[in-house]
Design a protein around this ligand. Structure first.
Ligand code: ZN
Length: 131
């Protein structure tokens, strides 16, 4: 399955061989492919819905929506995650569409955004600013 291998390699290169969620290096052989929007929730197999992860994070996220998974994270962990995605975006590694998909916190329930931002990528930093 050459195409499948190419896609794995593209996904792996996208995060320069790091797990998107924890940032730890992962080999091309070890990497797992996470569906950002789970297949059970209607997520596609398209490139923009897939991301390179380590086994630990992929297992931890399980069938949860990304925003549910991120909701359990500490502020520090979220900041580091956000910074990583911002860096990959600045380096032109990941698409804006995927960066947005990876930072869905504007859709998190029970919290109001303190500023009238459009949401998505940049709202993460605002969301978790100390009060
Ligand atoms: Zn990980």
């Amino acid at each position: 399955m050459k195409n499948e291998n190419n896609q794995r390699e593209r996904l792996w290169n996208e995060t320069s061989g790091h797990c998107a969620y924890c940032g730890h290096p992962v080999s091309l052989e070890e990497m797992e492919v996470d569906h950002i929007v789970p297949k059970s929730m209607g997520g596609s197999n398209g490139f923009n819905n897939l991301v390179c992860t380590c086994h630990h994070c992929n297992a931890e996220k399980g069938p949860d929506l990304l925003e549910e998974y991120l909701m359990d994270w500490s502020e520090k962990r979220l900041r580091r995650y956000h910074n990583r995605i911002e860096t990959w975006l600045e380096q032109g590694r990941i698409s804006l569409e995927k960066a947005d998909a990876l930072t869905p916190l504007d859709r998190m329930p029970e919290r109001d955004e303190p500023f009238p931002l459009e949401g998505g990528f940049l709202s993460v930093a605002i969301f978790f600013s100390p009060c």
